[in-house]
Unconditional design. Structure first.
Length: 249
């Protein structure tokens, strides 16, 4: 014998069927929305062509338009060979120390980020690899929606399948944001240190790497105590890996 309906009144069978159908269609639509990223958008063109804009740049433009600001994106493309090796070292150490080894995902880093999130009781830590961050910058807006994270993961996997590590890093360093509307290392070097991407010194590279997670709150040219402390840690790691830097210091 059935117990009392907790809602006080059971929906008619036809309505239950309709509700089930609607829920099923919603689940199917969600699966299709995520699944389409297995084949779309195309990533093969990124092997040889440089993107003129990204989803993140367009997001920043939309923000300015809503605020009534007449501003332009600062962006200039530069090849990986014309970027300071100190900057390459600092960014990979700070953002994704196993970049050259993993296939798009750093499970150890994700586990550490999850532990930090659980300890804080909120989604805060990153754990994303450089490849995942590139995918986010190219195609998505900066939210922590789990569905968006799944789409980002799919696109990161596809980028790793289609492109070399050097090309992924080159793309990332040219589309990452280093200040409000300052995209790419060429614009960042010019804006913050009045130099070129090729001529960045080790300490400048370390500071630029530190501010990447929060480029609107932290300034590499006028570093806070946190930026100074964190950049010293990165410089120490860089020195352990580079005889030239050890001799300079």
């Amino acid at each position: 014998m059935r117990g009392p309906d907790p809602l006080g009144k059971r929906l008619p069978r036809t309505w239950r069927a309709r509700v089930g159908l609607v829920l099923g269609l919603l689940l199917l639509a969600g699966a299709l929305d995520v699944g389409r990223y297995l084949v779309w958008p195309d990533v093969s063109w990124l092997k040889k062509e440089n993107p003129r804009t990204t989803a993140f740049m367009e997001y920043r433009k939309a923000q300015w338009a809503e605020q009534g600001k007449a501003r332009k994106i600062e962006h200039e493309w530069v090849s990986l060979g014309r970027i300071s090796p100190w900057l390459v070292s600092a960014v990979t150490i700070s953002e994704d120390d196993r970049f050259w080894e993993h296939e798009g995902f750093d499970l150890e880093g994700m586990e550490e980020a999850l532990k930090k999130d659980l300890a804080r009781g909120r989604l805060a830590a990153g754990g994303s690899t450089i490849t995942q961050q590139l995918a986010k910058n190219l195609w998505f807006e900066p939210d922590k929606n789990p569905v968006r994270k799944l789409k980002e993961a799919i696109m990161a996997w596809r980028l790793e399948q289609a492109l070399s590590k050097r090309r992924i890093l080159e793309l990332y360093l040219n589309v990452a944001e280093w200040g409000d509307g300052v995209f790419g290392i060429a614009a960042a070097a010019r804006r913050h240190f009045h130099t070129t991407a090729a001529d960045l010194a080790p300490d400048q590279a370390a500071r630029l790497a530190v501010v990447l997670p929060s480029p609107l709150r932290m300034d590499p040219a006028r570093p806070s105590r946190y930026v100074e402390q964190r950049s010293r840690v990165i410089l120490q790691r860089m020195a352990r890996r580079s005889p030239a830097l050890r001799e300079a210091h």
